[in-house]
Write a protein that binds this ligand. Structure first.
Ligand code: ADP
Ligand code: MG
Length: 702
């Protein structure tokens, strides 16, 4: 039932609420520290405690109630204090039923007080907006104040000076911009949190306006709850239209207090989490809960599982930060389920974001200051995927297709986990404390065997070295794995069909639905998504410390792998970056067990993973490890082959060039097989070291 309230009842309510001790203190504080503090924050629950019907009425009629409230605020301040008009009344902590998702905003919300949760996608620079314009009559000089609400300046219709010389006939007024009254404003765009999204839906956005003391406290990438009144505005630059845009007059902003606030963990959950952590099959169970419809790839899934838990962020005595977040790169042939895994992880990870390297938004992967119609010509800071994934997981598909601007800013983002934007008066540092799970395709479409793998990945070496783990996924026909994957994919589809057919559907001859479900159990995650999310969120409370044994294992293995490159091979096999990867991985392994210490097993787990990936990437044809594979574009062996061919072309080539057959003959005598030489020549044409002046002839590009 809707209860209607008289003005006097609303006033009485405010009087009662604002006379509470805590608000009296707030008033005194404002008078003492004005202008730093100039807002009274009223908790919604105080209104509710006074009268819950009034509190409900408030949500439906905020303008009326707030107007009365502002009068009461003014009356509660000392009458001698001349800034009484400048104090704002703000309401915070709206109840759960006042929460509306951006995608559910409808006409019925117009004029209502609601709260919206989300991520700040864009925020403009703070600019003054005129609220009271002072005009002077051009004839008699009388002062006329004109209240301003919209974007267009409203001029007085006539001179209000009754006995002025202009006789109210004046039509010309001069604006006194200096003496007019302004308020700081900021326009923001709030995007619904990815947590609320189901099934890859496009996130919806809402525009809001922030004024006065709360303007400028939000930047792109913040996770906030905004409380405010929904309004409508005619679309600008249109003929008079009956279709309006919605926006929010933001009354107050609440920042999330804790990480993973969006995941509630009850005491019951905690008990379940602790019992899960004691299961000896914990690691396998978690791996089996990651993209179970994808067959195999257990090393990749294990690595991603560890990434989900992450190492510990550390602040050192001198203030330097060491990141604990891990970055994982999957490079592989098309159709090996890279995108599938990324999409799955973005929904599994708390604060996961899925984006493609070739995304259309101006902010791209990092952030940008842009001048677009959103800011009405003002500069706007727009957050990209990595900023939106702050304290979460950024799943970036097709990383090799990213823009050149992203290429240059990604180094900083990945290593220092910050992005600085300095453009046109906007200087901001945005946080992107996220892990990155990226996927890329080989440069030539597919991996070609026989040449170094890094040579076939179109990513700058410096960027590659930022990844803790790089997995190479090749799609070679193989009788056994082909059969397994085929069976698995068919089972996935069969189970899907069985799930679609309801429990009480008529029986089908020769088909036993129950048996099918039974036989395809392995396609079901061991832990439900929600359970795993809670587990991960809970584990972040753990900060495990390395035991002496764990340190010993890491040290020994790091030095062993590093020593493999010494001697006749002059390249450095492994760098200190990999040492840090060892540490992060073993911390994550300990965290996964909710352990307070990093034990020998955790260290071994990390060593095995690093060895697995190094083995695949650095020695695809069983040769020796060579980290130069990553840190420069060519492995040492490749460089040597390259030199041999170039020398042949230089020594034996005529001004017209040299034929392929001749190169092969010379190369054979240098110990290079015909197949290798042909492949190498093809690649050298590809990266424009060589060109073909005539068919069959090769020449070096000068
Ligand atoms: P990519 O991004 O690597 O090009 P996709 O993620 O788009 O590949 O995967 C292509 C399709 O192949 C998906 O439908 C995926 O389910 C299927 N697929 C590929 N490998 C596997 C696998 N090992 N197990 C199950 N399905 C697979
Ligand atoms: Mg893909």
């Amino acid at each position: 039932m809707v209860v209607n309230f008289q003005d006097s009842e609303i006033v009485a309510g405010w009087e009662d609420i604002l006379s509470k001790d805590k608000y009296r203190l707030m008033f005194a504080d404002i008078v003492a520290s004005y202008p730093e503090k100039r807002s009274i924050y009223v908790q919604y629950e105080d209104i509710d405690a006074y009268n819950s019907d009034l509190a409900m009425y408030f949500l439906d009629n905020p303008d009326r109630c707030l107007a009365k409230g502002r009068d009461m605020v003014k009356a509660s301040l000392p009458p001698t204090w001349d800034q009484r008009d400048a104090v704002n009344l703000r309401i915070t902590n709206l109840p759960r039923d006042a929460k509306v998702e951006v995608r559910h905003l409808r006409a019925k919300h117009l004029g209502k007080l609601i709260s919206v949760e989300g991520l700040v996608r864009k925020a403009t620079a703070v600019k003054p907006r005129m609220t009271q314009a002072l005009f002077r009559c051009a004839r008699c000089g009388a002062e006329i104040w004109e209240g301003q609400t919209g974007v267009l300046m409203k001029e007085p219709l006539m001179c209000s000076n009754l006995d002025g010389s202009c006789n109210k006939q004046a039509t010309h007024f001069e604006l006194d911009a200096k003496s007019s009254v302004y308020v700081d404003t900021q326009k923001v765009e709030v995007q619904e949190s990815p947590e609320g999204l189901r099934g890859g839906a496009q996130p919806e956005r809402m525009t809001g306006f922030v004024e006065d003391d709360i303007a400028g406290i939000i930047t792109a990438g913040n996770r906030i709850t905004v409380n405010g009144i929904v309004r409508s505005a005619e679309k600008p630059d249109r003929d008079k239209s009956t279709v309006f845009e919605m926006f929010m007059d933001i009354l107050s902003i609440e920042f999330e207090q804790h990480e993973y606030d969006e995941i509630q963990i009850t005491e019951e959950d905690e008990l379940e989490i602790i019992s899960m952590s004691r299961d000896p099959r914990l690691f396998d169970n978690i791996v089996a809960s990651i993209s179970p419809t994808i067959h195999g790839m257990n090393e990749v899934k294990g690595a991603i599982a560890l990434q989900l838990f992450g190492g510990c962020n550390k602040e050192m005595d001198d203030g330097t930060m060491i990141r604990g977040d891990m970055h994982v790169l999957l490079v592989g042939d098309p159709g090996v389920a890279k995108s599938q895994i990324l999409r799955y992880m973005s929904t599994l990870s708390p604060r996961g974001i899925y984006a493609s390297g070739k995304s259309a938004s101006a902010a791209g992967l990092t952030a940008a200051a842009v001048k677009d119609e959103f800011g009405d010509g003002r500069w706007t800071l727009e957050a990209g995927a990595l900023v939106l994934a702050d304290k979460g997981l950024a799943c970036i598909d097709e990383l090799d297709k990213m823009t050149s601007q992203d290429r240059s800013s990604l180094h900083e983002a990945m290593e220092s986990q910050r992005i600085s934007v300095a453009k046109a008066g906007i200087t901001a540092t945005l946080q992107c404390r996220c892990s990155m799970l990226a996927a890329a395709n080989p440069k030539y479409g597919r991996f070609e065997m026989g040449t170094s793998i890094t040579n076939q990945i179109d990513l700058p070496p410096a960027l590659m070295s930022r990844f803790d783990l790089i997995f190479v996924l090749t799609d070679k026909p193989n009788a056994k794995s082909d059969r397994d994957i085929t069976a698995h994919i068919l089972n996935v589809h069969r189970r899907g069909e069985a799930r679609q057919i309801g429990e009480d559907a008529p029986l089908i001859a020769g088909i036993d639905i129950g048996k099918i479900k039974e036989e395809t159990q392995n396609v079901k995650p061991v832990y439900e998504r929600e359970t795993l999310r809670k587990y991960v969120a809970y584990s972040k409370r753990m900060v495990p410390i390395m035991t002496a044994e764990a340190m010993g294992i890491i040290e020994e293995n790091y030095l062993r792998i590093r020593a493999m490159g010494a001697g006749e091979n002059d390249s450095v096999p492994i760098t200190a970056r990999q040492l840090e990867a060892f540490v992060r991985l073993s911390e994550a392994s300990a965290r996964m067990r909710l352990s307070r210490t990093v034990d020998a097993d955790d260290a071994t787990c990390a060593v095995n993973l690093v060895e697995y990936y190094l083995g695949k990437i650095l020695a695809p044809d069983g040769g020796q490890w060579d980290i130069d594979n990553i840190s420069s574009n060519f492995a040492k062996k490749d460089r040597d082959e390259l030199k041999v061919i170039l020398n042949i072309i230089r020594d034996f080539g005529s001004p017209e060039g040299i034929s392929e057959e001749e190169i092969i003959t010379h190369a054979l005598s240098e110990g290079l097989s015909e197949e290798k030489t042909r492949k190498r020549l093809k690649m050298m044409i590809g990266d424009v070291t060589l060109y073909k002046p005539r068919d069959g002839l090769y020449k070096e590009v000068a």
